[in-house]
Design a protein around this ligand. Sequence first.
Ligand code: ADP
Ligand code: GLC
Length: 474
Amino acid sequence: MRVFHLSAECYPVAKVGGLADVVGALPKYQNQLGWQAAVVMPYYERKFVQENEFDIVFAASTLLGTRRLFFEILKEKTDKLGFELFLIRIPGLIDRTEVYQYPDETEQFVAFQIAFLDWISYSQQSPDVIHCHDHHTGLVPFLLQCSRLYTRLANTPTVFTIHNGQYHGAFGWDKLSYLPEIDLSKTGLLDWAGAINPLATAVKCCWRYTTVSPTYLHELSISSNGLEFLFHMESSKGVGILNGIDTAVWNPKTDPMLPAKFDVKTFVKGKQANKQLLCERFNLSPEAPLIVFIGRLVGEKGADLIATAMEESFNEHPGQFNFLALGAGEKENETELIELRDFYPEQCAVFIGYDEPLAHLIYAGADFLLMPSRVEPCGLNQLYSLRYGTVPIVRNTGGLHDSVIDFGDEGGYGIRFNHASVEDICTSVTRAIALYNNTKHLNTLRKLMMGLDFSWDRSANRYITLYESLNPTI
Ligand code: ADP
Ligand code: GLC
């Protein structure tokens, strides 16, 4: 049985956030379960493509409105990622270094989707399922049903996974002509609030949509940037499946990015050794508890609350804890953190930018990982931190709610708070310091969290069951 995953990101080819981690892992695990899963993504001029070999397996041209585009499908030669990887290259449009934030992003992703459909259509492929991820691929379920060019594939089940419902990819009706030969009586399916809205279109047209945690499924009908009513109406098609983590990549016992490896038996020494190196690098004392933040510095992640909360906590607990942030995002948030570091250089360190090896070292060397997210569809950071024996401090929302139990509750191991507010973060910091000072309790919790199973072994099967439910002949 064959499934194509369509996505803008895939680790290690091109990663901006958790979408890449999921698309780089789920297909691998599905292959282990007997499916033939492949990933199709745009071509980015990055390290992975430069360092690996590809065959051109298909080349053709297509139309984006009146603009003729030549495209190629490149296949990675060795399947070394554990699945077939296909890249769509369109010279002049999809052959750049960055994943997002080009002014012609609409053109890029619409062209990507058309090229994908043209390719599988002309080359007579018949996947059993097409699995689309986020709004960048949201027009595919519509085009399969409503463009006469793809009628051969119209009965192919489509699954649409929402990793982030805040971004819709909406664009104006003046760009309707980008879509190839569609049935004009069906254009209502494209519309939401007077624009073409790929996320809304996907939810309307896909066979099933999934969210990356069960709680987020429920939250979308309460808050989704204007799509609440749609999610309410379509709720019978929605399924919440908690993401897993790739335990081959995220394993403190084998992680090549860690200077000191450790497991559930050796974590006390192992974590301390990593902490020592991390603190040396950032000029922090390794004795005090180390609270960290890793992630996009945006409002969704509560990044605007962090500097104020840390300042208040530094004043309340002078010299009693350190804070380290790794991330990039909105300028105001970056500036606030840099100012905080300049004001408290002995307690605070900040790295603005993206650094995968440093992230691994931080998960391993930190004592606590803070996630004050306003919205968190799943969140992978807390899952990595659990596996690396770092206590997550999370706001009670989305996937954070589904994966972290407060240590004050039965079977708990993390710190959970209810409001995305400075006050709740400060209270959690106070609790973290107290927990750190009770070494025995802290180590019991670390042992417990490192033994939890949040791997894809658990969740990959749920997607397979979903696929099978859509196609009784499978
Ligand atoms: P999101 O996808 O919303 O950003 P997730 O928690 O799902 O959040 O995933 C974030 C992923 O990106 C994790 O793998 C995390 O380690 C990584 N990450 C985020 N920011 C950085 C950064 N500045 N440097 C290195 N890795 C980062
Ligand atoms: C999105 C979400 C994040 C989730 C990730 C992978 O980026 O913001 O919560 O973990 O996708 O599904």
